[in-house]
Design a protein around this ligand. Structure first.
Ligand code: NAD
Length: 359
């Protein structure tokens, strides 16, 4: 059977377990493509990251963004390695792509999988399924501030880190969240705020939320302080459907969500430029995990779940569903990596995923 659709994908494994899970994800995607005959992926891999930095003083090639611009999507691993300050590695590669390609919507589903024990007792008998929508272009990660008073001498330095909230930035992520809620069984958007303490940016966030909500009368809404929302994730997650939050709040809450689902290694994410002006980027939520890197222990499911989000984005929802079914068959069969209490290696899980797709 000949492939009907071809896509150019840039793979950036970067550092640590990012390399292991991207390699696994590529194998699974290629097996899915070969089995389906419906699509094919033309991969180009870029060796950017902390090793590249050690050699060149840059986290990515100088013309990296120009090169990436023409791909259909970017499949990313994780960035960060001891010896390179995390703010250098993050801003030099992952955030450089997100900010310059205006990947303003970060979608992070919290999925509970069969065969995976959640630390939540409730998960044994309650259907839990929600998605964190993270504002990905401004907020607390706008990179505004400075540390230029070091002339005052040791112990007297001052640092300023400002959060940026624009009406356009708030409105677009909120509309995205409401549109997503309309595709789900429970049409509800929970806005995460901290407007009691942060009286400028977060008050604007709340006002825009109320204004946008008026255009979606069919969608239930609530506005919840971030501290209370962290408790809701643990105590009443069945009340959640779409949770929209600022860059920092959603970053933290989505790690909590993935831990509740069983492991950080399971969590998938999509960094989207919904207008399609730039390629979107798909990556597991976890970092480079230097503690287990190179040992073949990394859970590849977060990366494979991110590949499913990529297929959806490329207009292949049926293939994304097949990939999810493969993930569920693998975890239900008890083929689990160490982070989930199992003994399987990255390779074992990858093979099981491929077998499940063939089965
Ligand atoms: N998106 C990204 O690229 C990203 C995100 C977070 C952290 N980081 C970077 O990663 C480095 C390490 O950060 P960290 O330790 O705070 O977070 P981390 O996500 O790398 O690891 C946290 C814990 O989760 C475990 N873990 C992570 N991924 C796993 C997987 N696939 N399978 C099994 N276990 C997994 C690790 O072993 C570790 O115990 C830092 O340099 C940090 O800046 C990068």
């Amino acid at each position: 059977m000949s492939a009907t659709q071809r896509f150019r994908i840039a793979a950036i494994p970067a550092d640590g377990v990012g390399r292991e899970v991207v390699a696994a994800g590529r194998k699974v995607l290629d097996a899915l493509a070969a089995g389906s005959g419906a699509f094919a992926l033309d991969w180009q891999e870029f060796g950017w990251g902390c090793e590249y930095y050690a050699r060149t003083g840059r986290m990515m090639a100088e013309d990296g963004l120009t090169v990436l611009k023409d791909f259909d999507a970017i499949y990313f691993g994780a960035v960060g390695w001891p010896g390179v300050p995390d703010h250098i590695s993050l801003w030099g590669l992952r955030l450089a792509i997100c900010q310059n390609f205006d990947l303003w919507a970060n979608v992070r589903p919290v999925r509970f999988l069969p065969g995976v024990r959640s630390p939540l007792r409730k998960a044994d008998h309650t259907e839990l399924d929600w998605v964190v929508v993270r504002e990905n272009s401004e907020g607390e990660y706008a990179g505004l501030g400075g540390r230029n008073l070091s002339g005052r001498g040791p112990g007297h330095e001052v640092a300023v880190q400002s959060a940026l909230f624009t009406e356009v930035g708030c409105e677009r992520i909120m509309r995205f969240a409401f549109d997503l809620a309309r595709t789900r069984i429970r049409r509800k958007v929970s806005s995460v705020t901290k407007s009691n303490a942060q009286q400028y940016g977060m008050v604007l966030w709340d006002e825009v939320f109320r204004r946008v909500a008026r255009d979606y009368p069919d969608v239930e809404t609530e506005s919840v302080l971030v501290d209370a929302m962290s408790a809701t994730f643990v105590l009443h997650p069945e009340d959640l459907s779409v949770v929209v939050a600022s860059n920092l709040h959603a970053d933290i809450l989505s790690d909590l969500g993935s831990a509740l689902a069983g492991s950080l290694g399971l969590a998938a994410s999509a960094n989207l430029n919904p207008e399609g002006r730039f390629p979107s980027m798909f990556e597991p939520v976890h970092g480079s995990a230097p503690d287990i890197a190179g040992l073949g222990l990394a859970n590849p499911i977060g990366a494979v779940g991110s590949a499913a989000l990529m297929l959806d984005h490329l207009g292949l929802p049926g293939q994304a569903t097949r990939l999810h079914a493969g993930i569920e068959a693998t975890t239900a069969a008890g083929i689990l990596t160490r982070d989930l209490g199992g003994t399987a290696s990255t390779e074992d899980v990858t093979k099981a995923l491929i077998d499940a797709l063939r089965g």
